[in-house]
Structure formats: structure tokens, C-alpha cells
Design a protein around this ligand. Sequence first.
Ligand code: WTA
Length: 637
Amino acid sequence: MSYPYQINSFDEYQSAWKKSVEDPAGFWGDIAQHFQWKKPWETVLEWNFKDPSIKWFSGAQLNITENCIDRHLADKANQPAIIWEPNDPKEHHRMLTYAQLHLKVNQFAHVLKNNGVKKGDRVCIYMGMIPELAIAVLGCARAGAVHSVVFGGFSAQSIADRLQDAQAEFVITCDGAFRGAKDIPLKNVIDDALISCPFVKRVIVYTHTRSAVSMIKGRDVWWEDEVRKVETAGNPDFPAEVMEAEDPLFILYTSGSTGKPKGVVHSCGGYMVYTNYTFINVFQYKSQEVHFCTADIGWITGHSYILYGPLSAGATTLIFEGIPTYPDAGRFWDIVDKFKVNILYTAPTAIRSLMAFGLGHLQNKDLSSLRVLGTVGEPINEEAWHWYDEHIGKKRCPIVDTWWQTETGGVLISNMAGITPSKPSYATLPMPGVQPILVDEKGDEILENNVTGNLCIKTPWPATIRTTYGDHERCRTNYFATYENLYFTGDGAFRDENGYYRITGRVDDVLNVSGHRIGTAEVENAINMHAGVVESAVVGYPHDVKGQGIYAYVIYNGTHGDEAMVRKDITATVSRIIGPIAKPDKIQLVPGLPKTRSGKIMRRILRKIAEGEIENLGDTSTLLDPLVVEEIKKGRI
Ligand code: WTA
């Protein structure tokens, strides 16, 4: 069965794109009719990028969980909504049908309400990749609370920053999470975070790893106890909270070029329509298929293409707790084989790391169920693309290279599986509703092809970022002020003779390490916390597996042990302040940093040195002290 708005040919794609540009309201209004609204909209779209103010489906009311769960009960009650594969392959997997998911989400919405959560309250979710994470997210949405999922790899300090920024009074966590051979003590991390967040009223703790936790009287409650109370009350349905289309659905923090992560806010109506539309069309999803997105729900990819996109389409979505290399590098292929996965959506970094383990792990794995492969999060190099195509897709599965961002909510530029052409390392063409343009440094549109420029989007699509939580001006200056009347992505792109886009990477000070966004300023702030550090500068460099690695130049005052020692200490500091994902790969101790006379660090030079291009540093005449550069070159790691 296909969906009424599924695009079936390149011609259909072209006419859909054309219509979406000429008449966005008509285009999206038609699509939106296929959802369950409690009240219809008055206007499809009102917008200006100046403030910015973006409103989709104004006046409409809905609850996204009715679209993701309730409306499938008539014909899919017994179809698995979620398949869960645990970290340890010897443990049992779990399946939740739509009927079971409905029950659990309703129960949990009651739990939230019983614990004082009201519509509009912010709830921080810090859990491993277990079905209860999905239930917590959907429970919040059902009760009208704004969820803010924090990836399980962030430190106590990072959680505290996010809790404070969102003024979140509620936390949902578990005792711990398994990731490969590791058991991560999530509740302990939360306890550390809450020392500086006394406003948190309630912590709901799910038991997963059975590791020891301290439950604080009056603040912490067990998930299981709370659910039991709802069961004792006879499991009444939870009437889905009535939400305005523009009410916030969630906050998700992401790194930018400043030191402080931004709380990207998405709203209920537009986000729902757009993630559903792109899920169905990019992957060409067919009813009953098993969709396996390997991202973590702590990132936007997990929000949009593990949860909301697939569930709103009535799909079967697979949640995997572990990592691709545990217990061995054949784990993804075991999962594909075991559950007859049809769509596999992963990151180039995962592909590259599995490539490095060789083809042995593919032996005796039946991958014939695969129909579509996808990549996301960073540019995919041609070698990895061909390996994925040949050895995983066996040259019969289209690969969709999906370019998008936390701020865009869903895929903006990608081929559609088997429908629009693919080209290795190109995201290719925009989705209907999306008008990309390239601009030069001055902000003038570049009209010709075979050019590189800064990638901007001309008009809003339904899942455009609405604001940055608590600071709308920050949203404006970050995304809508660089170039007048355009959304600026922060990415550079090349456009070929056919108009296909190839993303070349960030043009701001944001790194993309293993598909995770990390701001250099954030890492510098963390390094500078170490008592022995005078100053630091962080840049990215090409890394075979991670895409980009983190290279830190540090001025050390010599008071905290020898070089090896201080490097370890700095690494530990970054881990504690941000989380292990931001640990520098290389730390070079330097006598000074290359600065201009006005005191600005010349990062271009540092980048070149980190990349190994030491002969060709470009113009260094504006440097205050050119000798420093010679010293840095000598000490390069
Ligand atoms: C990069 C992830 C090249 C890009 C969904 C973007 C990509 C940032 C691709 C957003 C792709 C994402 N090809 N680069 N297919 N997809 N990126 O917010 O630099 O975690 O700006 O969202 O990842 O990262 P984020």
C-alpha cells in the first residue's frame, strides 16, 4: 500500500516541487488533510524571516500522538510499532504493537500528570536507547509537555546547563544504560547535575541495568511504581491534550559557533506533517516494512526518523540499544538478518568504521530483505558510498544521502529512493517545499551551476526551527540575520551542472565529529577550565573514521605536571564538562597562538597546520608574531 501523497516517479517529483514553490499553502494544505486534527487550520502559512515568525496551520489543533498511535489502531493494532534489540544479543528482544504502545503511552501520560506535569512544562529525558525512552517522549507529547531529550553521552554539567536553560522541573531517566561493554550510570550523572538545579521537583527512574542508585526522598520516584498506580486505577485512557499547531513539541539542544548550545524549538503541527512526508517519500516507505535508523533518539535523526516520522506513517521502527561493533562488527548485519530489515539508515562514520573491519563480518548474513539504504549527518566520501552500495545493498538498493539539520526538523535535500537520481557523495535535489540557493560572501545569490557557495533556504518548510528556547533574538541572529530574508544553514555546498547539491561541510566554527555537531568554542571553554591552561584554540582536521577529528592547541603554564600528564588531565576535563564525545583527538602544547594585531586568533592557519598543509599557510603578514607559527609547525602532532 502506498500513501496518498507518495511520489512515484521523477515527473511526479518535478511537478510536486513546482507546485510546492508556486503554491506552498495549497501544496501543504492538501497533504495536511491526511492527518487527524481536532480542529482545522485557518491559514496554512504566515511568515517573515525578519523577526523571524513562522506559523504553519495556524488555528489548527491536534495531538501528535493521536496521529502516531491512535489512528493506526483500527487496522494496525497488532502490527509491531516498535521492535527493540538489546545491547546484549543474548538478551531477548522486545516488540510493542501499536495497541501495546497505545496502552503504555497512555499509562505514562497519567504518570506524568500524577507527578505534577502540566501542559507546556519542560521535561528533560536522559535515558538509554530502550522502548521506555520512546514511551517517555510520546507520553510527554500526549500530556502536552515539552520534551527535551539529552543524549546519554553528555556530562552532568551539560545536563545542568540544559535543565537551567529550559527551566525544566522534571527529569526522566533510568538507573543506567548499556553501550557495548560499558554500563553507563545515568542516574548518578543526573544526581550530579541536580546539585546545581534545585528547581527540579521530580525525577522518574526506570529500572534497566539494575545498578545501584540513590533515590532521594520527596524528589525521586520509580517508573514501575508509578505505572502500577495507574494500573490499579484500571488503566484509563489519557485524553490527548489539545495542542495548537504552533505549540512547542520539543526542545533539542545543539551546538553552534558560540560557547553555549542552543535549544532548538519545533512545533507540533508543521513538524508532524513534514517528518511524515519526508519519511514516506525519501525512503519510499511501504506498509509493513521494517525501518532501522541507527541514530540515537538523543539527536534529531532519532526524533524524526525513529519516532515521529515512522510512527505517524504507521511503520514498524527498530530501536537498537547497542553499538555497531558489539559484540563484534557484524552486529548491524545480524540485526538486519534477524528482523528482515527493509530500510537501513545510518551515518557515514558507522559505515567507515565497519569497512575497516573487513568483509568477514558480512559472511553468512542474509541481507536480502534490504530495499533502501540511507545516510545522514555528514558528507559521505565516495569510497564509503561504494562499499555501502556493493557490500550491503549488493548494488540493488538505492542509497539516499539525506542532508538536513536539527534546525530543519526533517530532510531538506536528498534523493528519493529509486524515484529521483542518486549520485555518490551528493545529497542531490531539494524536497518539495524546499528552495535552496547558494550565496557568495556578500549574500548575493549565485545563479550559475558548477559553483560552490554558502547554502541558504529561501522560504519556510513546515518543520523550520521556530525559535531558540528563551532567546528568540539568538534564533534570529544565528539563522536569519547573516543574509537578509534567508535561512542560513552554516553549510557550504557545491551545485553541479544538473543542479544537484553536494554538501561540502560547515563554514562556521562547528565541527562534525562522527556525525555529531560540536562547537569549537564549547570545547575551548571546557579546555580553559583546566587550571593549567592559559588559552586554547580548537579546530577540526580530516579523520579517516570520524570524518573530522578535534585538534586542540593549548598554551600550558607548566604548573600541572609533565606534558603527557596535562594532556590526560585536559582530556578528562573536557569529558567532565561536555562529555566523552567532545574529547580532543590531539592536543598540542604551544608557546603561543597565531593572532592578528587586534588579538584575533587566525584559525585558518591552525586549521592548515592540523590538516598537515604546513607549506602553504597563505597570507601570514597580518600576524603579530610570525615566529609562533614556526614553533607550532615544529611541534605538530
Ligand atoms: C551535516 C543531523 C553532508 C551538515 C541531521 C549539517 C550533512 C549538520 C548531511 C547538521 C549530509 C547532515 N551530507 N553533511 N547528508 N547531513 N550533515 O544538526 O554539516 O546533528 O549542517 O543534524 O550535519 O547536524 P545535526
